[in-house]
Design a binder for this molecule. Structure first.
Ligand code: 0RA
Length: 635
């Protein structure tokens, strides 16, 4: 028995050692994403306990020193001795890989899903970790260092409550940073609260510099989620459409509401995991949507207004929807394992949505006629725009090679080596053309009025005189036809003045990329050029400063009397000659460019709606609150 235990013990250590050797295999990265992942892993277990019906309250705290604690009021992790292993169940879940969630199979384990690697992984990657269990009148405790128990599970007192309390400090030997972002955690916890209605989730920042508390509890579930997503939009009908449905193996929750915009915003989840790449549940949902609206249209006099059936694009114009599915054994596929593969799900979801939407529409005929009117308008506009587009194509501004006449292309043909600068303003465009390295740098000057795509229907966007050359130059198409495989330049660099107008252009272009070429942004192909703000000269020595700090540093380094140092503030790109533009802003060895990253599509949507949408008041508030740092537009 003793030998048996030792052999067991060595196995466990090997398991945890594997996690510490290759953390990426278990949590993706050892950067900020992986770090925050530790918290989700612990919280997911508490959410599972809530889904099983035994827990209503989860409290997450970022303590001083970036220690995380998670408290729930569930049944408490069992502490009894496992008959085969001869150790406490509590110890097993913290030291055995994949031992989490094996206790009862009835509920849909969030923790068994995409990232579900179990608390043992969190434990292995923590400098230390401790758990306190309140259960059956007693309090139990165990502590670990880098995954290894430093003491057996001990009874330490009596209790009248039940629950699990986990504290850990991520291991600085493993992670690039151990500093948590309150906003990142808060956003995910809010999402979890939307997706699991009724659960109260609180997050507290107890670090002395940044005290904060957010409390989330939504009795409306995904219906509240949709209201939240649409909060700054003008809606077509007052209340989101909502239903819950299922059979003995799956649970489906759907909420949707149309707004007067033209974007399609459908967020889909499986077992609380955002299926960014969609999958069979989303396909089923979309098919049902198109079919149900066409069925209702046939019975309406509106049907005379269009010649053909409504298309998927017609019925999804201006929709905001959340589709949340819970199933026992999800199969995740796709590039980022964020696509549901279970093939039987399509038919099940399609028929559930069909039935429930039909019932809903029969009960709320005013809602369905408002939406039908919108979809018919969309269908008519699409038909008209198709004709207009054929026209522009014929008399268009494209050369015989399909590229815009204003594009100064590069000679290199391998897209991975190519860059295109999208330049606002004719004079800057001219300097850029002269200053560039024509081997791998292409220049596309922009002309015409910039369009706010947030307020424009897709067909107008695709034929817009300013955006059309961009779409043609990149070669990818846009919107539903977007194909990243055809991308002609792997760096797409926006170059505009460092002033308010430049910032406006940047935002409008980013909005376009986000809405019509989302993969481009997601894959990190979009950059922003950073022209210098100042030229600092001492005699013949010239240096460029990209911000105030830079400028001060250069002045300090020059170490000369102030009146000898010449400081010129650049008002625009146009003030630089081609050589200067090359060395300050375009030469890969000396320039600065920022990669545009979108961490969270829900929040990005909210940000673009706020910045570019119709409502002025939220925009003013947003800009005030985010005057300098637009945090999730992490450039
Ligand atoms: C399985 C069985 C039981 C509790 C739990 C899991 C549980 C796990 C976690 C993880 C975090 N919080 C948790 N709360 C509960 C107990 C079953 C019983 O009491 O019969």
């Amino acid at each position: 028995m003793q030998d048996n235990y030792s052999a067991q013990h060595i196995q466990i250590l090997k398991g945890l050692e594997a996690v510490r050797k290759r953390p990426g295999m278990y949590i993706g990265t050892t950067g900020p994403d992986g770090l925050h992942h530790l918290v989700y892993e612990i919280v997911d277990n508490s959410v599972d306990e809530a889904l099983a019906g035994y827990c209503s309250d989860i409290k997450v705290t970022i303590e001083r020193g970036n220690i995380i604690s998670v408290l729930d009021n569930g049944r408490g992790i069992p502490v009894d001795i496992h008959p085969v292993e001869n150790v406490s169940a509590l110890e097993i879940v913290h030291t055995h890989l994949h031992a989490g969630g094996k206790f009862d199979k009835k509920s849909y384990k969030v923790s068994g899903g995409l990232h579900g690697v179990g608390v043992s992984v969190v434990n292995a990657l923590s400098e230390w970790c401790e758990v306190t269990i309140h259960r059956q009148g007693l309090i139990w405790h165990q502590r670990y260092q880098r995954g290894v128990p430093v003491e057996p599970v001990k009874e330490i007192g009596e209790s009248t409550i039940t629950g699990t309390f986990t504290r850990f400090r991520a291991d600085y030997e493993i992670f690039d940073t151990t500093n948590y972002s309150f906003d990142v955690l808060s956003n995910r916890l809010r999402e979890l609260a939307f997706l699991n209605k009724g659960i109260k989730i609180t997050i507290t920042d107890d670090r002395p510099q940044t005290p904060k508390v957010h409390e989330f509890q939504f009795e409306g579930g995904v219906k509240s989620f949709v209201s939240h997503l649409n909060k700054n939009k003008t809606t077509v009908h007052d209340e989101p459409i909502y239903f819950e449905a299922g059979n003995d193996s799956i649970e489906l929750e759907v909420a949707m509401q149309y707004n007067e915009g033209y974007n399609e915003n459908i967020f889909s989840f499986v077992n609380n995991i955002n299926t960014r790449e969609g999958g069979t549940h989303l396909v089923g949902f979309k098919a049902a949507l198109t079919r149900t609206f066409n069925d209702f249209l046939k019975k309406s006099k509106l049907s005379k207004k269009i010649e053909e059936n409504l298309t998927g694009d017609d019925v999804r114009e201006g929709i905001t929807a959340v589709v949340s599915l819970k199933i026992p054994e999800p199969q995740f596929e796709g590039q980022t394992k964020a696509k549901l593969g279970n093939s039987d799900v399509k038919g099940i979801v399609e028929s559930l949505v069909n039935g429930n939407l039909t019932t809903y529409f029969e009960e709320y005929p005013r809602v369905v006629s408002k939406i039908l009117e919108k979809t018919v308008t969309a269908a008519k506009a699409r038909a008209a725009a198709r004709k207009a587009r054929d026209l522009t194509r014929r008399k268009n501004f494209l050369e015989s090679n399909g590229l815009p006449g204003k594009l100064a292309d590069c000679s290199e043909k391998d897209p991975t080596k190519c860059e295109v600068y999208i330049v606002e303003g004719d004079s800057a465009g001219g300097s850029a053309k002269q200053g560039r390295d024509r081997k791998f740098q292409a220049i596309l000057p922009l002309w015409g009025k910039m369009l706010n795509v947030e307020k424009t229907r897709i067909d107008k966007v695709l034929t817009n005189e300013k955006l059309q050359p961009i779409i043609a130059s990149l070669g990818t198409g846009a919107g539903p036809n977007f194909n990243i495989e055809k991308l002609r330049y792997h760096k797409v660099i926006i170059m505009a003045d460092a002033d308010v107008d430049g910032s406006h252009i940047r935002t409008l272009l980013l909005t376009f990329f986000f809405r019509y070429m989302a993969d481009l942004v997601e894959q990190g192909n979009v950059y922003i050029a950073m022209p210098p703000l100042y030229k600092v000269a001492l005699g013949k020595k010239v240096r460029y400063a990209y911000d105030e700090k830079d400028k001060d540093k250069i002045i300090e380094e020059f170490d000369a009397p102030e009146d000898k140092i010449l400081i010129q503030r650049y008002k625009g790109l146009g003030e630089m000659n081609p050589d200067q533009l090359w060395s300050t802003t375009m030469n890969p060895d000396t320039r600065r460019i920022m990669q545009v990253r979108l961490e969270d599509s829900v929040e990005a949507d909210e940000m673009f709606t706020t910045l570019m949408g119709e409502h002025v008041e939220p925009r003013r508030r947003f800009i005030e609150e985010n005057a300098l740092a637009v945090s999730n537009l992490d450039v």
